[in-house]
Each structure stands twice: as structure tokens, then as C-alpha cells.
Design a protein around this ligand. Structure first.
Ligand SMILES: [Zn+2]
Length: 283
């Protein structure tokens, strides 16, 4: 089995870091059991790899989620990734779905990035979805929230016949090795211009070391150990039970009477959790 991999790298003589990610298994698991139209699948793929890339900027244990709400064809989409690079996500699609570009899918939308540290207070940043694609919106978020120029490449397609989502991030780090602002700007412009020459096919299929060599053989860089990305839903019987506690007991009894059990499906992975009369009595 091929693994979904996230790969960090850093340029030796600049304050610029990068990360590449490619998801096949996790992408397929994310969209299976859901009847998503093609454009919704593609958008989910972008959200998937974007969320993994954003989670690599977290400096602590926890979970990051990327969530869009809109008045467009896709009113809601959410993707979550924790510090172990375990991901899950869903999209809500209008019944009378029509094809659309990014701005039609997420018309008049907002993009929220929420970071929930395992220990500590959650933090949320929100930007309007005004860019022409997800890459622009995320770059805008980083300028607004951290004043860090950030560049994204996305590609959704196939690798060895399987559905694949891939992305690369380049990010200007705070001043450390290079203090001259002109040199910093020159480095940034050169490395991002080279990133713009990356084709979808390269991002989806070419082995990382080869890809980085093709782009940046003139810029010495350090490549870190690859990290594995996996699909995993965080739902459980216990959590579902907790959700049931918030429902009116008489309502649950009525369902029991009619159907013999109370059955709930996880909205992310569609796993079914069933509770009989004893379970409900013991809530
Ligand atoms: Zn689930």
C-alpha cells in the first residue's frame, strides 16, 4: 500500500520553509460512502491537503479545522486534522446542484480556521472567501493573521489511476538568517516564481526528492523525515451516547416505541450506532 505522505523542507540560506503533501488513500476514504458531485470532491481534496499543510504550522498538540460557510452551491464544508495528521471532513451540497467555479460553490462565503490545542484555549481566525480560489483565500488569511507571506499550489487529479489530492506550501518565516529586507523579498519572489512553474502532473505524481531537485537544484535545502497522513474518524459509541443525552428523553422513548432502537449515523463516516431500551435507560 502506498502511504499518504507529508514532507517538510527548508531552504538553507533563506528564512523560507516548505511542505509537500499528497493524499490518495485518505482522499478516497474521505469521499467514499458519500454521493458527492465531481466539483465537490475536488474541493474536498483541496481542503484535505490544505488542512494537513496548515496543521504543520501548529506548534503544539491539538486539532486544526478549516471550515467554509457560504450561500453558494456548497453551503458548508469542513476538514479536520490533528497533530498526528489524522484527517476527516465532509461537505454539504445543495439538492439542485449546478456546476460552478470556486466563487459559485462558495458564494458570499467565509473561511474559518480553528485551532484547538489539547491543553489550552481554542483560537479562530476568519477571512471572507473573496479570492478566486482556495490558495488566494489562504494566502490572504496568513497576511491578515500572521503577516507571513505564504504561497500555495494545489492539484487534484489521479496518480497511478487513483484519485489524488496534492499541495505545496512555501512560507516566509520571521527574520532569522537573512536580515536584509531586499534580499528577503528577492528570495521570496524567486522561490515562489519557481513554485508557479510546477505542473499538476508533477505535484500529483513525481517523487518528492526529484520534484524538489527539478524546482530548486540551485537552492540548497534540507529535507526532513516524511510524516504519514491517515483518514480517521473521531466518532465513537461513547461520543454518540453523550450526544443522545442532550435529546429530550420522551422523544427518545417515542422513537424506541416506534422503531425498537434509536439509531444514529456519524455524519462524517456514516458509521451506525444503535441504542436499545436498556441503553437509553442507562444514559
Ligand atoms: Zn465517524
Amino acid at each position: 500500500m502506498e502511504l499518504d505522505i507529508s514532507q517538510r523542507f527548508i531552504f538553507d540560506n533563506t528564512d523560507i520553509r516548505g511542505e509537500l503533501v499528497r493524499c490518495t488513500d485518505s482522499f478516497e476514504q474521505l469521499i467514499q460512502n458519500h454521493d458527492y458531485p465531481e466539483v465537490a470532491k475536488n474541493l474536498l481534496g483541496e481542503f484535505l491537503v490544505a488542512t494537513v499543510l496548515l496543521s504543520t504550522t501548529m506548534k503544539f498538540e491539538g486539532r486544526l479545522s478549516l471550515q467554509a460557510s457560504s450561500k453558494g452551491e456548497i453551503p458548508f464544508i469542513v476538514m479536520e486534522c490533528d497533530s498526528n495528521r489524522e484527517v476527516r471532513g465532509i461537505a454539504q451540497v445543495r439538492d439542485n446542484f449546478i456546476q460552478g467555479d470556486f466563487n459559485a460553490l462558495l458564494a458570499q462565503g467565509t473561511l474559518a480556521i480553528t485551532i484547538e490545542p489539547t491543553n489550552g484555549k481554542p483560537y479562530q481566525g476568519i477571512v471572507p472567501l473573496e479570492g478566486k480560489n482556495l490558495a488566494e483565500c489562504l494566502s490572504q488569511y496568513f497576511i491578515q493573521s500572521e503577516q507571513l507571506p505564504t504561497h500555495f499550489n494545489f492539484a487534484i487529479g489521479t496518480d497511478k489511476g487513483r484519485q489524488t489530492a496534492a499541495a505545496m506550501i512555501l512560507q516566509q518565516m520571521p527574520m532569522h538568517k537573512i536580515s536584509d529586507t531586499d534580499t528577503r523579498a528577492e528570495n521570496w519572489n524567486r522561490l515562489t516564481q519557481l513554485a508557479n512553474t510546477l505542473t499538476d502532473e508533477e505535484l500529483l505524481s513525481v517523487e518528492y526528492e526529484t520534484l524538489l531537485y527539478r524546482l530548486y537544484h540551485q537552492d540548497p535545502l534540507k529535507i526532513f523525515n516524511p510524516k504519514i497522513v491517515q483518514y480517521r474518524c473521531t466518532c465513537s459509541r461513547k461520543r454518540t451516547q453523550e450526544a443522545l443525552r442532550t435529546i429530550d428523553r420522551n422523544e427518545l422513548k417515542a422513537i424506541l416505541k416506534e422503531e425498537g432502537a434509536v439509531t444514529l449515523n456519524c455524519q462524517f463516516c456514516h458509521k451506525e450506532y444503535s441504542f436499545n431500551a436498556d441503553d437509553i435507560a442507562n444514559l
